[in-house]
Design a binder for this molecule. Sequence first.
Ligand code: NI
Length: 142
Amino acid sequence: MFLVKIRMQFAAAHRLARPDWTDEQNYALYGKCANVNGHGHNYVLEVAVAGDVDPETGMVVNFYDLQKVVEHEIFEKVDHRNLNADVDFLQGIVPTAENLAKRFWEVLEPHIRQGRLYSVTVAEGQSNIATYFGPQPQQVVF
Ligand code: NI
């Protein structure tokens, strides 16, 4: 079995805050990411697809096709946007890296037609990284 990944970067604003909590409670939990007027991150998105190589093509999935799906379904909707306000499929969640990875998975999964979606990773900058392996992960490999 192979694991193939594509990676892209996007810039977006967010605020981490539960709407049912006070600003003080949100600052206590989320720290600087609870800033009332939001702030930005340079995000890195990684999408991994698992599968066997098609002997006719030598590929699990065409990287170009996978890139196009992720660009169309995710990148074009989140890049240079406010993740709390501008993105339909992110409404009603606190846009933590974990929640973003889960929602991105749910959006992408129906569009993966070669191989199977294995993981979606969202990194806020270089050091805060969350990976979602789906609702029924088969095998977790780091
Ligand atoms: Ni933040």
